[in-house]
Write a protein that binds this ligand. Structure first.
Ligand code: URA
Length: 234
């Protein structure tokens, strides 16, 4: 690929700034000062700017504890959006949320600029279970476990078997679903006569929300870690 593309994929510098840096002799490839922005290099070449290494990173993977009050989108006229919480140093990656959590739902949300990962997580065919903690207005009952496991028929889809665990306080439950349809968890509980009063996603596949991550905080995670955690889930 071109040197200027390598640098613009991996850093916040604009093409114009990169051109200037190269002209000033600030950029080196394998210890040789680069003369032009269009020289061809490969991902394994060592690129430095003013002696500082540039690691090639086309895609970035962030995991956020989504707070309530934000919608899972990149822009909106009326509501705050989750990408407002992404630090400036990631701005040039143009990340988007993978799947959606409702405005009043908290918890694990992946943000990335990698469309392939988006598909791997959100496609029901991939069978990546999403785990939620929910608080209900009424106690969950043993028969609800069977109703969830049997799958539920809705207008636009039939859910795959969902796993429901009732906590010591029966107003609190964990539920695991294979899809991620609009208001799915809330609709499934409505079906059994309960209202979800609090909802938090705690895991996607084997990728768990780190306990120390407070609502609104996020961390960068290695792609291999995400892929491995998603692949081993079923
Ligand atoms: N199910 C819901 O009802 N809401 C969410 O935000 C996620 C799953």
């Amino acid at each position: 690929m071109r040197l200027d593309k390598y640098i613009s994929d991996s850093t916040p510098y604009s093409r114009k700034e990169i051109k200037k840096l190269i002209k000033e002799g600030a950029v080196a490839v394998n210890d040789i000062t680069a003369a032009k922005p269009d020289i061809q290099i490969c991902e394994n070449d060592d690129v430095t700017i003013n002696g500082e290494a540039v690691n090639y990173t086309k895609y970035v993977y962030l995991i956020m504890n989504k707070p309530q009050g934000y919608i899972s989108a990149t822009e909106d006229r009326h509501y705050k959006v989750v990408t407002e919480l992404v630090p400036e140093k990631y701005a040039h990656y143009n990340v988007f949320p993978v799947g959606r959590l409702d405005i009043d739902t908290e918890g694990l949300l992946i943000l990335t600029n990698d469309g392939a990962l988006d598909h791997a997580v959100t496609s029901p065919k991939k069978n990546v279970y999403k785990r939620y903690f929910a608080r209900l207005d009424r106690s969950a009952e043993k028969k609800d476990i069977e109703s969830f496991a049997a799958g539920m028929k809705f207008k636009e889809f039939t859910s795959k078997p969902a796993r429901l665990e009732i906590c010591d306080d029966p107003h609190e439950v964990y539920v695991e679903i294979a899809e991620g349809k609009y208001h799915q968890v809330k609709r499934m509980f409505e079906r059994v006569g309960k209202t979800v009063v609090y909802l938090k996603r705690t895991a996607i596949g084997r990728l768990a929300l780190p306990e120390e991550l407070k609502p609104g905080e996020l961390v960068e995670i290695d792609k291999n870690e995400i892929v491995m955690l998603l692949e081993t889930n079923k």
